[in-house]
Design a protein around this ligand. Structure first.
Ligand code: B12
Ligand code: SF4
Length: 554
């Protein structure tokens, strides 16, 4: 079932009750490390680090390093680990970052410090990290699946020097057990040091401090309100990982978290926006509506972005509540406009004929969409980018993202392509290359698919496309246009990362038409009858989501 043939073997510990520790119980200092992907920078903290920190028995100390915001060479990281007497290093990674994660793990282990690895990739291929696939070993232990309940046990075992190889959430009968989210910990965002994730560029901070507009900091904070998606799209790891049993946190705990974030934003004269990281935030429409109503009733609205599949956005009341509760951008996994393609990846619940209306329904409430497409599906033929872009141009302005079909380990797609003998790089993650394919498409060549992806990005984020998007928002208030423009410039960077200050200047210069148009619009409004809004009163108009990469969810 796993590409490396390794399922969780041997002595898999079952979930104990709360870990009891006597007064003499040893304590350790733990470092949780998230590698960068070497290409782009993530725009928000990774939730798993803060979640595991909150779940750590209190007598241990946990430090966090996110390679996206604190880049370190392997040698620097090892020096940090040794000098700070770290007793356990926990590394989490998606498939895309796993090669870097293994390299860092090797360096840390060579310094004699044990490493535990967790997250989607090691769950899908645990044997690889443990060297059971014939390759080198990278981790002393792996945490398979959701680690909410196994993490305290891992920490206690590490403190006692009796780390086991595999930790999996299983019950006494060895059956997989999905943690309930009912007793989800309160992540102390109000006191955590999240300065490294401030999105306001350094040179602007002093100016904004002087202006007292409440924009000295801007953070995007991940919140999960639930886990699981039963849809089982063929390329997606989520149904396999979180299971088709959907679990939710209580509305109360989510609302409390948002209120605390709001208070933190107020105290720091800054802005906080939320990314609901649930794979399908409206998978249970009734519960999502209840949550959004509770957010509104408690005055806990923050600007937010979430992932919702198009079929669930038919509900007008849901879309009303999305807008009322602060929803600004909805990520929609459209994947393809060809129903045959959607059927080939088990996503027939997506109906391309209704995409336009779904987007208009959102846009009528000033909510816009990040629309995600996959090229190289079995029924794609050359020209797919052009055909897709033609449709996109007829839709309300949005942020389209494009990728090529990627077989992630342990997905039904991976298994099918393996059966069909179409995997060209079966362990593509060990030689990660952005936007490169790992299998033979059916009706196109690999270079053709890659050329379609390239041309889709080029066209969608050209100055002409950006000008068209801003024109398409002519009736919108100026702050919406500004944030749309800024989001476009950052989204362009997913595929064409701008190189330094000069790259940014060139980008701004090439989009000067759109910039001038917004400035003119602002001047006309300011000079006209409409009073110009106090910047402190302007809610984050549309999340400026400098998203480097978009997940194929929702
Ligand atoms: C938010 C998100 C992102 C953000 C990442 C930034 C961020 N700061 O979070 C953005 C939008 C940028 C993103 C991008 C991408 N993403 Co993404 N993303 C997610 C998403 C929706 C939520 C992640 C999350 O916070 N989950 C909640 C936490 C609590 O769960 P968790 O991370 O799995 O952690 C639990 C366990 O795994 C474990 N654990 C995790 N790490 C560790 C470490 C240790 C030491 C231990 C003990 C345990 C442990 O403990 C946690 C608690 O149980 C997930 C789907 C999902 N629901 O998880 C996809 C997901 C992780 N993304 C995925 C993908 C494919 C991508 C992209 C490659 C998409 C693309 N087409 O480009 C890019 C690449 C990212 C990059 N920069 O290189 C896949 C990963 C599959 C895989 N095998 O790697 C997922 C699973 C979605 C999917 N549809 O399959 N993503
Ligand atoms: S792609 Fe989205 S809808 Fe499909 S299984 Fe994954 S999370 Fe669910």
């Amino acid at each position: 079932m796993k590409p490396d043939g390794g399922t969780a073997p041997g002595a898999v510990p079952t979930i104990p009750g709360p870990v009891a520790a006597g007064p003499d119980a040893p304590s350790i200092r733990i470092l949780l490390y998230c590698p960068d992907n070497g290409v782009t920078r993530n725009f928000m903290p990774h939730l798993w680090m803060f979640l595991l920190q909150s779940l750590t028995p209190p007598r241990h100390e946990v430090r966090l390093i996110d390679g996206n915001t604190q880049p370190m060479s392997d040698a620097e990281l090892v020096r940090y680990v040794v000098e700070n007497k770290i007793g356990l290093v926990g590394i989490g990674a998606m498939t895309r970052m796993i090669a870097k994660a293994y390299r860092v793990a090797d360096a840390v282990r060579a310094a004699g410090v044990p490493v535990v690895m967790g997250g989607p990739h090691v769950t899908e291929a645990p044997g690889e990290a443990l060297g059971r696939d014939g390759g080198p070993r990278h981790a002393d232990a792996v945490a398979v699946g959701e680690a909410d309940e196994t993490w305290p046990l891992i920490v206690e075992d590490a403190a006692r020097g009796v780390l086991r190889e595999v930790y999996a959430p299983v019950d006494a009968l060895g059956k997989e057990r999905k943690p309930s989210l009912e007793s989800y910990p309160a992540i102390p965002w109000e006191s955590l040091d999240i300065g490294q994730f401030n999105r306001i560029p350094n040179p602007l901070r002093a100016f904004l401090h002087q202006m007292q507009w409440g924009w000295e900091t801007f953070h995007i904070i991940p919140i999960e309100s639930g886990r699981g998606c039963p849809y089982g799209c063929e390329f997606c790891t989520v149904t396999g990982f979180f299971g088709d049993s959907i679990r939710f946190r209580s509305n109360r705990s989510i609302v409390d978290e948002m209120l605390r974030l709001k208070e933190r934003a107020r105290r720091s004269s800054g802005q906080i926006a939320v990314f609901f990281v649930d794979d399908n935030f409206a998978i249970n429409v009734k519960r999502t509506k209840a949550l959004l109503r509770d957010i509104v009733a408690a005055g806990a609205q923050l600007s937010w972005v979430g992932q919702i599949s198009a079929n669930l956005l038919r509900d007008e009341e849901l879309v009303d509540l999305i807008a009322e509760s602060g929803g600004k951008w909805i990520f929609i996994g459209m994947e393809s406009l060809d129903p045959a393609n959607l059927a080939s990846v088990n996503k027939t619940f997506n109906k391309p004929a209704e995409f336009a209306e779904v987007l208009r329904r959102l846009a009528r409430r000033h909510v816009y969409a990040i629309t995600s497409f996959i090229f190289g599906l079995d029924h794609d033929t050359p020209g797919v980018a052009g055909r897709t872009l033609e449709q996109i141009r007829a839709w309300p302005p949005g942020l389209p993202v494009f990728g090529q079909l990627t077989p992630f380990p342990a997905t039904p797609l991976y298994q099918r392509l393996e059966r069909e003998g179409r995997l060209t790089r079966p362990q593509h993650w060990l030689e990660f290359a952005p936007f490169q394919m790992a299998h033979t498409p059916r009706a196109m060549t690999v270079p053709q698919v890659q050329a379609e992806v390239h041309s889709a990005w080029l066209d969608s984020y050209s100055p002409t496309a950006t000008a068209r998007a801003i024109d398409g928002m002519s009736g919108e208030p100026v702050p919406y246009k500004i944030s749309h423009l800024v989001a476009r410039l950052f989204f362009r960077g997913i595929y064409f990362p701008p190189k330094g200050a000069w790259g940014w200047l060139k980008l701004l210069a090439s989009n000067r038409g759109s910039i001038l148009r917004i400035v003119k619009d602002a001047f006309i409004r300011w000079n006209g009858t409409a009073p110009s809004p106090d910047p402190r009163e302007v809610a984050v108009p549309a999340i400026v989501l400098p998203i480097e990469d978009a997940a194929d969810s929702g």
